[in-house]
Design a protein around this ligand. Structure first.
Ligand code: GAR
Length: 210
């Protein structure tokens, strides 16, 4: 079985969903640790309730981003993960971290990348009058929200939708696609190569959009 470390900043609902998929065997892995950059993240207690080691490493305790990211890299590396999953981890990671886990670092971003990198994605989709919105799972590279996309799910945007409506609709899709990608990775079906993302030895077609 593979070893997964999950990084969160908030409610951790994707983390719980992934952990449940590991528990019921649909992902061939164990969640070894959950780490938050915020001591008050609600997801920490949820991880503990699932019997998962949960700890916080508050960024506030560090003078610089680099100092924080070096410590975070050491902490995560200490768990010897095969896969590191960002699940609502709301910090930009510097090269020291990204390079340490190159090819085994995943993120989920609540937009149809390359649209709406960064924050407030639901609000921006609404303000633009988009008729469809969605979510992307991608390998993390040094370009913020710019790493190669692995899988996306679209949702419709209806008249009168507000941010909460969109967020809920996107969350439902997150709970489908993030476990699927983690399952592929843990079954050694998914690789990040120089050319792009390979699934079962084939370059993924989404590459052109990433
Ligand atoms: C998710 O919607 C995820 O896509 C988003 O944060 C939410 C976390 O929810 N991630 C980002 O915005 C990354 N920039 P959760 O804590 O309930 O899983």
């Amino acid at each position: 079985r593979k070893r997964i470390v999950i990084l969160i900043s908030g409610s951790g609902s994707n983390m719980v969903n992934l952990a449940e998929h590991c528990k019921n065997g649909s992902i061939n892995a164990d969640v070894i640790a959950v780490i938050s950059n915020r001591a008050d993240a609600a997801g920490l207690a949820k991880a503990e309730a699932l019997g998962i080691l949960a700890e916080s490493l508050p960024h506030k305790d560090f003078a610089t981003r680099e100092a924080y990211d070096e410590r975070l890299t050491e902490l995560v590396a200490g768990y010897q993960p095969d896969l590191v999953i960002l699940a609502g981890f709301m910090r930009i990671l510097s090269p020291v971290f990204v390079n340490a886990f190159n090819g085994r670092l995943l993120n989920i971003h609540p937009s149809l990348l390359p649209k709406y990198k960064g924050i407030h994605t639901h609000q921006r989709a609404l303000e633009a009058g988009d008729k469809e919105h969605g979510v992307s799972v991608h390998f993390v590279t040094q370009e913020l929200d710019g790493g190669p996309v692995i899988l996306q799910a679209k949702v419709p945007v209806f008249e009168g939708d507000d941010i909460d409506d969109l967020q809920a609709r996107v969350h439902e899709q997150e709970y489908r696609i993030y476990p699927l990608v983690a399952r592929w990775f843990c079954a050694e079906r998914l690789q990040l190569t120089e050319e792009g993302v390979m699934l079962d030895g084939q370059l993924l077609g989404l590459q052109g959009y990433a």
